[in-house]
Design a protein around this ligand. Structure first.
Ligand SMILES: Nc1ncnc2c1ncn2[C@@H]1O[C@H](COP(=O)(O)OP(=O)(O)OP(=O)(O)O)[C@@H](O)[C@H]1O
Ligand SMILES: [Mg+2]
Length: 397
């Protein structure tokens, strides 16, 4: 169980994601009250393909104007959930409401949803302009309006000057932006993006992520994005859901899920972490002591947990919460002694692998600044690792 001071920390902290206004429901274009908070409602949704249960009883509400990310390993049901929201796949049971209306009631071409696919295909023989105009033409949008909307959409993704080119004359990132313009031009209430950046290399990808967040903010569209890249979800999303085997295992802001994972799966899936196995030896409302064979001392975590004394638990401590020292730490808890077995220099920080006397290897993320203060240890050096009581999170599943 999370103590109240923890949730306070969560609410106050800012993940590097887009305008937090959307999180509180007061973002641009967001209405007020309940309706805006439940703009998209996924209710008890199940999807079976024969014997395979791809999506198991998913319940989820997405707020108006929110950028929501679905995250999880391959095959966990992300695309299937998105495809059902697009109306491309029927639900086996349950329902999906958009702005209060059941998606199943709309004929496919009238649905206020647009999806950009995992492998987005532009029509190769058509110009950029014609690609973006395609959907509007089918809808019978009058020529003058069509022209203007296409122009606006292309300008938005900064592709206006490439309007006459064909897809093969564009870079991967540019093609992706055209695909995005094609989705936005139809002014959907809900934009679904399935791995929108999968075709891009890391550098363009990071730039496009920021651009995309800005564009979505400008348009004010509600967006559900699938990714299996946790960094992408962390930087872009207002909130995210971690999925495993067809179910949502954790839901929250990127900061909440990163700082307070609710299971080993979440902790390991979102970022890297150090896990210590142990059992509780003292459990109070606001702290818990844990004994672990990994350390010469007890673990002390400044939040209580729910469960019987002596229960087996796992403690997650993120690498950036671990400090490295040459001198023995003064505290009686949360430290270990070991030997440096590996150092990965990452520029602004280094990842130190420290093999503890008990045999466990701990990874510490040490900033370059912090290193200058301790006379940087090298391979084979004896060091101590330590962390504060607020650094550890107790996982009971
Ligand atoms: N049309 C289908 N027929 C049968 N099984 C399917 C079908 N589509 C998906 N599945 C199965 O449903 C499960 C979920 O698939 P889905 O495509 O939703 O995964 P995903 O989370 O998007 O994975 P990835 O990250 O690899 O894209 C998988 O086990 C998949 O094999
Ligand atoms: Mg997929």
């Amino acid at each position: 169980m999370m103590s109240s001071d923890q949730s306070g920390a969560v609410a106050g902290a800012a993940a590097p994601s887009r305008g937090q206004g959307a999180v509180t429901g007061a973002g641009a274009g967001a209405g007020t009250g309940d309706a805006a908070d439940h703009f998209i409602q996924i209710v008890d949704v199940v999807k079976k393909f024969g014997e395979t249960v791809a999506v198991k009883e998913v319940n989820l509400s997405v707020k108006k104007g929110e950028l929501f990310a679905l995250l999880g390993s391959s095959g966990c049901g992300k695309s299937t959930l998105l495809r059902m929201m697009a109306g491309l796949e029927t639900v086996t049971s349950g329902k999906i409401l958009i702005d209060g209306e059941d998606l199943a009631q709309w004929p496919p071409y009238r649905r206020p949803v647009n999806m950009m696919f995992q492998s987005y295909a532009l029509f190769p023989h058509m110009t950029v302009e014609a690609n973006v105009a395609f959907g509007l033409k089918q809808e019978g949008v009058p020529k003058a309006e069509l022209k203007e909307r296409v122009q606006t959409a292309l300008d938005l993704v900064q592709m206006g000057r490439f309007a006459k080119r064909k897809p093969h004359q564009l870079s991967g990132g540019q093609q992706q932006r055209v695909a995005l313009a094609r989705s936005l031009v139809k002014r959907p209430k809900l934009l679904l993006l399935d791995e929108p950046m999968s075709a891009l290399d890391k550098q363009i990808r990071q730039r496009t992520q920021i651009e995309l967040v800005n564009i979505l903010d400008q348009v004010g569209v509600t967006c559900m994005m699938v990714t299996h890249d946790q960094e992408e979800a962390m930087t872009m999303a207002d909130r995210l859901a971690v999925m495993s085997e067809g179910q949502i295992v954790q839901l929250g802001t990127p900061h909440e899920v990163y700082e307070y994972p609710n299971s080993r799966f979440s902790a390991e899936f979102i970022g890297s972490t150090n896990l210590f196995e142990g059992h509780t030896v003292e459990d109070e409302p606001d702290y818990v002591f844990i004994e672990t064979p990994d350390l010469p001392c007890r673990l002390y975590v400044s939040h209580g947990i729910t469960g019987p004394l002596g229960m087996p638990v796992t403690i997650s401590v993120r690498p950036e919460r671990i400090a490295l020292t040459r001198k023995p730490p003064e505290g009686a808890y949360n430290w270990g002694k070991g030997v440096v077995t590996n150092i990965a220099y990452m520029g602004g920080y280094s990842l130190y692998h420290v093999k503890l006397d008990g045999g466990k290897t701990v990874i510490a993320n040490v900033t370059s600044l912090a290193l200058t203060e301790i006379d940087p240890p090298t391979w084979g050096d004896e060091v101590y690792v330590r962390w504060s009581a607020s650094a550890g999170v107790v996982l009971t599943s």
